[in-house]
Design a protein around this ligand. Structure first.
Ligand code: ADP
Length: 399
């Protein structure tokens, strides 16, 4: 069975064609600058390499047409006809409280997703555009929606309620939702297998550290708390997002800097985080280089990030009465060994005993155990694979 996985942003479209039976990625690619001058499709297959198509894409429907043409192209493609695509899996950022699992896409469920647009005004409309584009071109192919929030719907009330009047929750839908659920779920599944314990007894802390970062407490395979909240702005400071802070800072900033709501949102989402602290970059590689060269603000950004991740690990160990495994994943979690070391140093009170030499020399892009063999808490680095997770859910639901 071949599943096309589609992940749409407002001006981008990422895709992978996955053979579920062999777990092989047959092709993948990215459409950039949709609706903007300089649109481009980069398409890759394992045996035919990478090819770029520079052509103006006026909308997502046009982009999907180009992707399908690339997929069936004799020279660059991976399949001989569109009929070989058995199903399409779509990523949707916000499922609110309506979706606690992936679902088959129907007109009725799309209406519900549209109603949730208020909660994710930047993301859900883009995700919906991708779905409508695929439906227009492949009307008879079954499609499945996989939500970033779904995995976290198991959180208990005490974890998802904020200290606001209860009506803020019941009438305005203000609560913790959490994001990156597909990634947290994927690495949780892998970690449970690696732990060799009864799944129901496992207590795992998953650290998805990338451009956006979130930490999740997973008990018995279910998310019981997570650091991102009502929006992906909460939690640890990120590339450009501020993360946790005193909420009174918002109105103070508006007064002092004369910002309106859009202005203060941009300030907290795009100018803050490690970029804002360092003034150098949102990319941890640049920050590492700058800190080594003596840039104090870059060093401060890195240590603030590490300190906040460590605090979440401690609080989630408290929430679960201990921890059996800590997992690192995503761009920083998988690649930034120095950051892992900084986060993991001083967690011996929890029973974390890391082989720091191996942490520095272990291979990248593979699942590795960086804790010592008799460490009470296992520490895993597990490359995330959200596309494979989406493809699996899609195949399961359309079969
Ligand atoms: P996204 O949230 O966009 O999917 P990723 O998970 O790809 O992000 O993470 C991107 C981040 O990972 C980059 O900003 C960069 O800081 C970090 N990163 C990637 N490779 C390395 C590396 N070798 N060393 C340090 N940081 C890295």
């Amino acid at each position: 069975m071949k599943v096309l996985v589609v992940n749409c942003g407002s001006s981008s479209l990422k895709y992978q064609l996955i053979d579920i039976d062999t777990k092989n990625v047959l092709a993948k690619g990215l459409c950039e600058r949709i609706g903007i001058d300089g649109s481009m499709l980069t398409h890759k297959t394992p045996d035919k390499g990478s090819v770029e198509y520079k052509e103006y894409m006026k909308d997502h429907t046009y982009a999907i047409r180009m992707v399908l043409a690339a997929l069936v192209d004799k020279d660059t493609g991976a399949i001989s006809s569109m009929d070989e695509i058995d199903a399409v899996g779509h990523r949707i950022v916000h499922g609110g409280e309506k979706f606690s699992q992936s679902v088959v896409i129907t007109d009725e469920m799309l209406r519900v997703v549209e109603e949730l647009t208020e909660l994710a005004p930047l993301h859900n409309p883009a995700n919906l555009m991708g779905i409508h584009a695929c439906k227009a071109i492949m009307p008879n192919v079954p499609m499945v929606a996989v939500f970033d929030t779904a995995f976290h719907q198991t959180m208990p009330e005490e974890a998802y309620l904020y200290g606001l009047p209860y009506e803020a929750y019941t009438e305005l839908m203000i609560r913790r939702y959490g994001f990156h659920g597909t990634s947290h779920k994927y690495v949780t599944g892998r970690a449970i297998e690696m732990l060799n314990m009864d799944a129901a007894d496992t207590r795992i802390i998953t650290c998805h550290l990338g451009n956006g970062s979130s930490i999740t407490a997973v008990k018995g395979g279910q998310s019981i708390d997570t650091s991102m909240g009502f929006t992906p702005l909460e939690g640890v400071p990120m590339g450009t997002r501020c993360g946790d802070m005193d909420p009174a800072i918002v109105t103070y900033l508006m007064d002092k800097l004369g910002l309106d709501t859009a202005g203060v949102n941009a300030y907290m989402n795009k100018k803050s985080g490690v970029l804002g602290i360092s003034g150098v970059s949102s990319d941890f590689r640049d920050l590492g280089d700058a800190a080594k060269a003596g840039n104090k603000r870059a060093a401060a950004a890195l240590s603030t990030f590490a300190y906040n991740v460590k605090k979440y690990i401690g609080s989630y160990a408290a929430a679960m009465n201990g921890v059996d495994a800590i997992v690192f994943t995503a761009g920083i979690g998988e690649n930034d060994r120095t950051m892992r070391e900084t986060i993991l140093k001083g967690l011996d009170y929890l029973g974390v005993d890391v082989d720091f030499d191996y942490n520095m020399s272990c291979p990248r892009g593979e699942e590795v155990v960086i804790s010592k063999p008799d460490s009470k808490v296992k520490v895993f680095v597990i490359p995330t694979d959200e596309e494979m997770m989406i493809a699996h859910d899609t195949a399961r639901l359309v079969k």
